[in-house]
Structures are given as C-alpha cells and as structure tokens.
Design a protein around this ligand. Sequence first.
Ligand SMILES: Cc1cc2nc3c(=O)[nH]c(=O)nc-3n(C[C@H](O)[C@H](O)[C@H](O)COP(=O)(O)OP(=O)(O)OC[C@H]3O[C@@H](n4cnc5c(N)ncnc54)[C@H](O)[C@@H]3O)c2cc1C
Length: 424
Amino acid sequence: MDTTTVVIGAGHAGLAMSRRLTERSIDHVVLERGEVANSWRTERWDSLRLLTPNWQSRLPGMGYSGDDPDGYMRMPEVIDFIAGYACAIAAPVQTGTTVTRVTRTATGYEVTTDRGIWSCATVVVASGGSNVADVPAVAAGVPTSVTMHTPMTYRSPDQLDQRGVLVVGASATGVQLADEIRRSGRAVTIAVGEHVRLPRLYRGRDIFWWMDAEGIFDERYDEVDDLVRARHLPSPQLIGTSQRRSIDLNGLAAAGIQIVGRLGRISDGVAQFSGSLANLCTLADLKMNRLLTRLDDWATETHLDVERPYRPEPTSVPSRPILDMDLRKRDVGTVIWATGYRPDHSWLDVPVFDHKGRIRHDGGVVRDAPGMYLLGANVLRRRRSSYIHGAEQDTAELGAHLHRYLDSRARSPRPHLARPSVSA
Ligand SMILES: Cc1cc2nc3c(=O)[nH]c(=O)nc-3n(C[C@H](O)[C@H](O)[C@H](O)COP(=O)(O)OP(=O)(O)OC[C@H]3O[C@@H](n4cnc5c(N)ncnc54)[C@H](O)[C@@H]3O)c2cc1C
C-alpha cells in the first residue's frame, strides 16, 4: 500500500497532524493499534480527571464547547472529546493496526504492520510519550508477598487488599493515587523525590490560567535554558476536582499519609529512604514561590484586577522522617510505582536514537531521517507540547515543515536526500 504520509498513533497529537495534512491536501493514513484515544481508554485509572481545565482542551479547528470551561474532564469525556474530533475531521484512521517495524528505503520509509506494509515518503511518530511505566531497578527487591502496580495497571482501591500501600513518587500521579487510596481507609506511605509543587488556584484563578496568560507555556524549546532538564521535569502536584482543591504534601500529611524521602533501595524486605526529604521540599517551595513572584510581577505590569498576592504554607516536613521501613512488619501489601513513564519506540528500525535510546530531534524534526517527525514529547517545541493544547501549534509548524520537505523532494533530482532547514 502506498501513501504520502503515515501517521503512527491516533491520540490527540496524531489526529491533530491528520487535520493539518488534510488542510494541505497531503494524502495520508493514521495507523492505530487500538481504538482512537487508546491510551485514555486503556492505560489510565478510573478516577483520573485531566489536570488541565476544560477551556484548555483545544485542537486545531475544535475547542471545548461544554458548559463548564473551568472544570476538569473525566476519562469518558476525554475519550469522547478525542473520538469526536476524529469524526469531525474525518481522519483516515485505520484502527486495530499495530506498527511492528519502520525502516528507511530509497524513496522514504516502509511501515510494517500486523495488517500489511505501507510505503511512504514521510512518517509522523505520534505513538505517545507514556507507553511504558518507568519502574526503577530497586523494584527487584520487593518481597513476593507484596503486590506491585504501576499507574497503568492500577484502576481503583477496590483492586487492592486491605494492607498498607507504599506509593513511590510524588508527582501528579503519585500524590493523586496516595490521596485516593488513603481515602479508602488504607495506611499509606509516600516516598518523595524531586517534585514540582503548584497551588491549584492562585489569587482566584487556575494556575494553568496564569501560566497560559503569562506566556510560560509558550516558551520555545530553543529558548529554554536547560532543555534536557526541562524535558525531564516531573509533572506538577495538581489534581482536577470540582472543588478545585490543591494537593500537596501538607494536605497528604494532614490526611494521615506518612511522608518519607526518596526510595533508595529495598534489601531483605526493608525499604530505605533518603534523608534529603527536607531539602527537596525546601527546593520545591522555593521554585513554586519563584514562579508565583513571576506571576505577581506580570499581574502588576498588566494591571490585572485579581486578589492580593499570598504564599501557600511552606511544606512541613516531619522533624525525624523515617529512613527505613520493613515492608512485612509494617504490613505493606502493595507498592505502586508512580515513578514516571517513557515512550516505546522499539519498532523504529532507523538509526535516530541517542545513547539513552531517545529519538534525536530538533523541535520534532527527527535528525538524520529526512521526512520523519515526532509529536507529543515533553517540550517538543514549547512547554505546552505534551499537553493536549500543545498539539495545535506544534502540528501547524511541523505540518508546514513536512509540506516543504515534500516540495523540496519533488524539485530535487535525488528526492530522498533533499531536506529543508531544521527550524520550522
Ligand atoms: C496520567 C496522565 C495524565 C495526563 N493528564 C493530562 C492533562 O490533564 N492534560 C493534558 O493536556 N495532558 C495530560 N497528559 C499528557 C498527554 O495529553 C498524554 O500523554 C497524551 O496521551 C499524549 O498524546 P499523544 O497523542 O501524543 O499520545 P497518546 O494519546 O498516547 O496516543 C498515541 C497512540 O499511539 C498508539 N500507538 C502506540 N504505539 C503504536 C504502534 N506501534 N502501532 C500503532 N499504534 C500505536 C497508541 O495506542 C495511542 O492511541 C496526561 C498523561 C498521563 C500519562
């Protein structure tokens, strides 16, 4: 089968690119191993809501049209939103089709699937940045009597036995799961590493409103001071609830959750935690306050009519946090690894990876693979890139780049070697 562009993945990013390609009359197909919005259908826990407000869920040509712009979508709503988008743009999606290999050819790429082989000039890798839960090697030390989950296998507290739970990781996922499991009555301990603390509301507005309005989400990848660090920042401690409540370590401690430092190792069933908890919390508070100061300055400059500035209470760390915990003696029945995610590009048989197995790219233009593009990664082109609303601009720019590449190929005597400049 032949087409000009194969888009791999029918999440919001792949669909947004499909819309851009249609706008430019570029023949393409979107290959999806499951159904449209597969990640949201199969890889999320039951109670999850977006932490981005509804008004921020927008894709090229479609915004949120419901009656609760300041609310946060539950998973069925996210699925409807993305599936509705696929219908609205009449995306040429072939569902139930798993891409098993992508190779380079003399004229472009060959995309092998479990339902046939596609030849194409260009490929868009939109297969998601969170395909696999990142579980640290220390997990090998967990006693067999303890059940392990990742956010991809965890659905709700009903799944767990009544024993205690150790949640490892205190980013958005970790704090949300610790909170939910504690509310189910179980004893919960949360191991806290580097984290990003943010209040849900600040001076009467959603923190994401502030960050959007001030332009933080617009910072480009080539303007960010330390791009590698920016791309690996943990997700912020936020939750979407109808009360628009904040979630932080103070709140978790008040709810009876035991806060401990970063998990270092597990030996003979004893989990050992770092003593750096106080430092990490001080750092997270410092960074939050620095951000709030930046927002205050902007509010003053723009004469914004909002509540007066204030600061959330500093994080209160136990004076003597425990440094080790015998999982059996403390009757821990479950460990949840909320330690992040990574993409799975094992099917990509083109030499585009760095020494850490990450695709090398400049703002989504894959290096050393003319005509190949990446979407949906953290700070791909802007700070907003990994969020739903990030696909709007990223696909506009990468769609234009892809179009120019096809044009240059058409004009070149050796078409597959031609390549427009990297910046879009
Ligand atoms: C727990 C969690 C909460 C999040 N909360 C928010 C939020 O509140 N707001 C927000 O804006 N963003 C949020 N995000 C981030 C982001 O929106 C998602 O990661 C989003 O799913 C990324 O979109 P995507 O289209 O790039 O990838 P995905 O939605 O993952 O889509 C990729 C698609 O590719 C398919 N695929 C993968 N491999 C293959 C293959 N080999 N062959 C064929 N198909 C394949 C998958 O089945 C999937 O459907 C959250 C992410 C996570 C993990």
